[in-house]
Write a protein that binds this ligand. Structure first.
Ligand code: C2E
Ligand code: CA
Ligand code: CA
Ligand code: CA
Length: 278
């Protein structure tokens, strides 16, 4: 039994090593990508459910390999969070998103807000507001065209500090969205204290809407959001049936493959041209 135990120990040790090696590979890839500008920003439209018009978009980072391959953020964001590289990636994404949106506004293609994801690490930076100010100034994007998406996990790390930072951002005219609502541990007591504009319902809840329980859950989330005067965005909407259910539950905005997958800046500009209000 003892030798078996030793083997098991070796086995775990080996798989842990593989994990560490994998992590190091991703870390090196990210470093290389930052140096060579392999990170790119894709945009997914957010549509007003009542009018079918575009209200904004979410900026989503992509790693474009030299051969043109696309690496999903799910495979590198967690590592980047751990190593702290997410801070630099986040800055690259924010700057690029502001630049692209400024151009679309100048071209008379867009008037809404671009939503950019903020990681916990970024949100806790002592100079976050100054960094955002600098990027807005440099790109000449008015602050009211910017929205930041923050998760429950991020704000619950230290709610009083989070409220403070959020107030500073709001004072600049920046909108704030609670991302992936309901997937982390949230506190209703705090939710009402956070100066939010938007609540985003995670795809997992939208997927569950084919059951009565799932629909009730979404109904409850929408009711909570509306009681707090928040706009509700449902993400991961793929089917017309989901859209109709969300409409009945008075969700305001839809994001998902039903309308469009995330698009490269060029493709998104085409999408804007097609959806331009004449
Ligand atoms: P998220 O913030 O919840 O973003 C929504 C994700 O759902 C995106 O995945 C989007 O492509 C996907 N999605 C949207 N509609 C549908 C749909 O109808 N069906 C399906 N199957 N998926 C849909 P993506 O782009 O792979 O990003 C994954 C996560 O990576 C994001 O989840 C976010 O947490 C993180 N992320 C992406 N870009 C950034 C970034 O610039 N900074 C930070 N900190 N995190 C980012
Ligand atoms: Ca998001
Ligand atoms: Ca989300
Ligand atoms: Ca999500």
């Amino acid at each position: 039994a003892k030798s078996q135990g030793a083997n098991r120990y070796l086995f775990f040790n080996d798989s842990m090593n593989k994990l560490a090696v994998k992590r190091l590979q991703v870390e090196n890839l990210i470093r290389h990508g930052l140096k060579e500008s392999y990170f790119s920003v894709y945009y997914q439209p957010k549509m007003d459910i009542a009018t079918g018009r575009l209200t904004g978009m979410e900026a989503l980072v992509r790693f474009i390999t030299p051969k043109g391959g696309l690496i999903s953020p799910a495979s590198f964001i967690p590592v980047a969070e751990e190593t702290g590289q997410i801070i630099e990636i986040g800055e690259v994404v924010l700057r690029q998103a502001c630049k692209d949106v400024k151009r679309w506004i100048d071209q008379d293609l867009f008037q809404g807000r671009v939503a950019v994801n903020l990681s916990s690490r970024q949100f806790s930076l002592p100079f976050l507001c100054e960094q955002i100010d600098d990027i807005l100034q440099e790109t000449e994007l008015p602050s009211y065209h910017l929205e930041l998406e923050i998760t429950e996990g991020t704000v619950m790390q230290s709610p009083p500090q989070a409220i403070d930072t959020m107030k500073k951002l709001r004072a600049r005219g920046i909108h704030l969205a609670m991302d992936d609502f309901g997937t982390g541990y949230s506190s209703l007591a705090y939710l009402k204290q956070f100066p939010l504009n938007t609540l985003k319902i995670d795809k997992a809840f939208v997927d569950d809407m084919n059951t009565a329980r799932g629909r009730n859950m979404v109904d409850t989330i929408v009711t909570i959001a509306h009681n707090l005067s928040l706009t509700v965005v449902a993400e991961g909407v793929e089917q017309a049936e989901q859209l109709e259910m969300l409409r009945k539950l008075r969700c305001e905005v839809i994001q998902g493959y039903y309308y469009s997958k995330p698009l490269s800046a060029d493709d998104f500009a085409d999408f804007l041209r097609q959806h331009k209000i004449q």
